[in-house]
Design a protein around this ligand. Sequence first.
Ligand SMILES: Nc1nc2c(c(=O)[nH]1)N[C@H]1C(S)=C(S)[C@@H](COP(=O)(O)OP(=O)(O)OC[C@H]3O[C@@H](n4cnc5c(=O)[nH]c(N)nc54)[C@H](O)[C@@H]3O)O[C@H]1N2
Ligand SMILES: Nc1nc2c(c(=O)[nH]1)N[C@H]1C(S)=C(S)[C@@H](COP(=O)(O)OP(=O)(O)OC[C@H]3O[C@@H](n4cnc5c(=O)[nH]c(N)nc54)[C@H](O)[C@@H]3O)O[C@H]1N2
Ligand SMILES: [Mo]
Length: 727
Amino acid sequence: MKRVKSGGGWPAIQYVWQKACQAGPLRLYRAMRSRNTCKSCALGMGGQKGGMVNEAGQFPQVCIKSLQAMAGDLQGAIPAEFWSRHAVASLQSQTSHSLEHSGRLVQPVLLRPGATHFQPVTWTEAFDRIIAKLRAIPPLETFWYFSGRSSNEASFLLQLFARLYGSNHVNNVSYYCHQASGAGLTSVTGSGTATLTLDDLQHADVIFIIGGNPASNHPRLMHVLMHTRQRGGQVVVINPVIETGLVNFSAPNKLRSLLFGTEVASLYLQPDIGGDLALLTGIAKRIDEIGASDEAFLNDHCNGWPVLRAQLRRLSWPELCARSGVAQEQIHRAAQVYAAGRKVVFAWTMGITHHQHGVENVQAIANLALMRGMVGRPHAGLLPIRGHSNVQGMGSIGVTPKLKDAIVERLESQWGFSLPTAPGLDTLACLEAAQNGRMRAALCLGGNLYGASPDAAFTRDALAQLDLLVYLSTKLNTGHVRGLAQETLILPVLARDEEPQPTTQESMFNYVRLSDGGPARHTGPRSEVQVIATLAAGVLRDAKQPLDWQAMANTGRIREAIAAAIPGFEKMATIDATREEFHLEGRLFRTPRFATADGRAQLHVHDLPPPRGGEGTLRLMTVRSEGQFNTVVYEEHDLYRGVAGRDVILLHPEDMRKYRIEANQRVTVRSLTGSLAGIRVIPFESIKAGNALMYYPEANELVSRDIDPQSHTPAYKNVLITLDLTL
Ligand SMILES: Nc1nc2c(c(=O)[nH]1)N[C@H]1C(S)=C(S)[C@@H](COP(=O)(O)OP(=O)(O)OC[C@H]3O[C@@H](n4cnc5c(=O)[nH]c(N)nc54)[C@H](O)[C@@H]3O)O[C@H]1N2
Ligand SMILES: Nc1nc2c(c(=O)[nH]1)N[C@H]1C(S)=C(S)[C@@H](COP(=O)(O)OP(=O)(O)OC[C@H]3O[C@@H](n4cnc5c(=O)[nH]c(N)nc54)[C@H](O)[C@@H]3O)O[C@H]1N2
Ligand SMILES: [Mo]
């Protein structure tokens, strides 16, 4: 497949047209303009400012990913006969693409033990089965997984239900995503989220984009990057892959850019996979060498500078270059660009967090930013580029195994609840407990736990040990048919723009937005809060801690509870009346006064991770293609990398020569965890030699359960593999 030379541009325009034709142009436009938060990434669009409007009030903000998500929800219903026509075994061999395009889930369906087919059941039967099961088993043998797509209200209600029932095994997808950012940032500033707003980002003069592919995954960020360049600013990219859209992007709404493209990166550094810690430390060393550090800031507002400085001076250039895979001259250039910047933002994504040293990576980014006083002032700061549209909100309102002390205190003192004290487990630990027979039931609020988890064979086995697995979902995915328990139930729910009541979401800029909801598109699916409230009322019907669960199905009531229980969310109490969206207090640092005990930021010193791999091995990253949203694959080809099909591995031609592999040859890819046979080798000049690329979620057969000890995040981006050519 031919590779495009630029991101965006005509193919994007063509794609918009195609989606518009599929869903009906007017219908799609109306849906996109409704006052609901965008369902795609966490960059933040929609809400009370209106659809296709960003947080800074700018319109029109068109993103083909949001159209993709919307067109998926505008699909027709899965017909009742679908379930008798397709045995589970045949659904298991369907692709993610064909499951997604089966249509909207509109009836609860049940797969009984030993059955060959899912069977539609009534809502009453579905509720009765779940309630009876949950009442019969010990609460500590249940876990509750939340994808980052649902509202603050549904998430708050479900975590409260789980805890009053007796389980702290409550976790959101962040353990597979940005947990390292939360943990890393908290250890530096005392707050686990971005330190700046969209407006700050739009005024930066240097932006670092580390370990992310925003052209595919956060397309609206591309406009900010292009404007930065047009204003004379600089964009520094750190990525083992030269991503097309980060080199050149065509803004479809600017004629000149559409015709000729706009240069994005002013400097592109290509480390080895996992080489960031050494690279970032190298840039910091150079900043010190050229005397570009802000000594007054470091002394007045940070702890740990003398120790860090000593470490930077001790580390040798040959070691830093060898460990990072980047030449000294390139590291010097990056430091030069940074030293010349006045308003510098450091942004990062999964290339930084999906490592066994993910938290250390984030701390090293923060060290670098603090060295020149770039945190605690306007138009500069630290920006984890989040994934799901409400993944950050879920963390804020308590979807974590351990609730913050202040939240526990408020829930116990104001409502008289007594919350469980047995520690909750993270996502992977819940699956491991399931495999060991220590979990009996699980409930997933959205997402695809099977597809998202590392070590797919293990995950299948772990889920199969459960007596009951319940999914609340909008559309069918691979997890529903491959991640099966003894008994599996899928409950169809409404998307946020079909909710009968308003809901809220939080963007990656700590901005809480209000979605109006809208008319239901199908009869059958129910609102998430209604389903949760019904389950809670049934399971806890004779609990000692009475709560009128049916009344809690009112999202306004839930918002009042959130306002009272979660510090920083006080304005939620009046948002229904004021319709005023707001930035959360205590997160944005405009002065160098941080949320730590002594108000100072903490610098961290790290040992460089030992080099991974050796002769005959390659480091493998598992990433998204241009045409997918996580485990949902919309297109089988990857436009920006010029790849057709997903059963592929991308290798540098140098490695192909070394291992004597021809283009398009089929090989078996092996790791210590698993193997995938019949994988086609694609020559890919843009990846740094010694590193390889495959697509997630298919590659999860190979990803080990090795985690970052600090954030418990799997190393999805650094899997050691060998290639077997014998087939
Ligand atoms: N269209 C679309 N949008 C999405 C998503 C989607 O699937 N599709 N997913 C959403 C979610 S939940 C998330 S978390 C984000 C994900 O957004 P990204 O993090 O951009 O997604 P990935 O494809 O995982 O890609 C990571 C990038 O990291 C680079 N990388 C890999 N290993 C390393 C490394 O060791 N160091 C460095 N510096 N870079 C490395 C890869 O080359 C790739 O460019 O996007 C969100 N938005
Ligand atoms: N190897 C590898 N593995 C990875 C990653 C990687 O880069 N490499 N990335 C990781 C990351 S960053 C993430 S975030 C996870 C993603 O993990 P998940 O969030 O678990 O997976 P998704 O594919 O986003 O979930 C898609 C499903 O969500 C449901 N859904 C959509 N909208 C709604 C809604 O409004 N309500 C409800 N109830 N359901 C809805 C639909 O049924 C859809 O099929 O995967 C992780 N796994
Ligand atoms: Mo994510």
